[in-house]
Design a protein around this ligand. Sequence first.
Ligand code: HEC
Length: 233
Amino acid sequence: MLKRTTIAAAGAITAMALLTAGCTTNAAEQTAKGGGDYAKMSPDALAEHLIFETKSFKLDMPVQEGGTAEARLKQDEVQVLCSKLRGKPVDSETAAKVTAMSRETIKYPAGGIKLGDWKIGRQLAWSGFGYRVGHRNDDHSKAKNGPGGNCYNCHQLATDRTGGTIGPPLTGYGKLRGSSDAILKYTYDVIYNPHAYFACTHMPRIGAKGLLTEEQISHVMAYLFDPESPVNK
Ligand code: HEC
């Protein structure tokens, strides 16, 4: 079983790690001013304090999808519920709430779920560009195939390239499962909002959070299902 922590918590830890190098002086100043005894703070309180109160993290930096880094760090309802688990396995009450809320976010294409072009899907699945927070915030919103789906970072997808291991391997996906309406719907749902099946998963809500459009999801799905796709070779 995969250990589940929340993406937002991971974000805070990353921000914290980024800050650690630069915060010493600031922290020393704060302590000197009597601004807080860091040694007495819980790790969470310290992280929140450093990020939100010391001005050492550029909270007002713009992010590609609009808004600021600060808005991005605010947890939504699902993230709050999943964070409460603090790394423990999801209990049935939380799972029921998260699953129900997540199912409601799923929107289907007007003409039903269709498979697009696996070649575009391949590009999207192997691109991690877009929606980053950082000094050189890359804007891929106008790029031909938009921001990527980042699938490769967590999944082994095909045998022609090496992918990540946070998620299960998807190699041979269509060949192994066929392409019935039920499996197409399941796959669309998981890509659109994986919490609908796996409450408090690590997988991002690709459709629900607008990382990929419905059309782009159809291309990524073609990459998973098309017999010609390297996924099924
Ligand atoms: C941050 C990691 C991460 C990213 C990025 C990610 N996934 Fe996942 N994915 C997972 C995990 C983890 C699971 C397993 C669900 C669970 O138990 O939490 C999963 C499950 C799945 C499943 C269900 C697998 C099955 O055996 O039924 C599919 C399909 C899938 N992902 C497709 C994708 C696609 C397509 C993308 C890119 C658009 C993607 N994932 C991006 C982590 C990720």
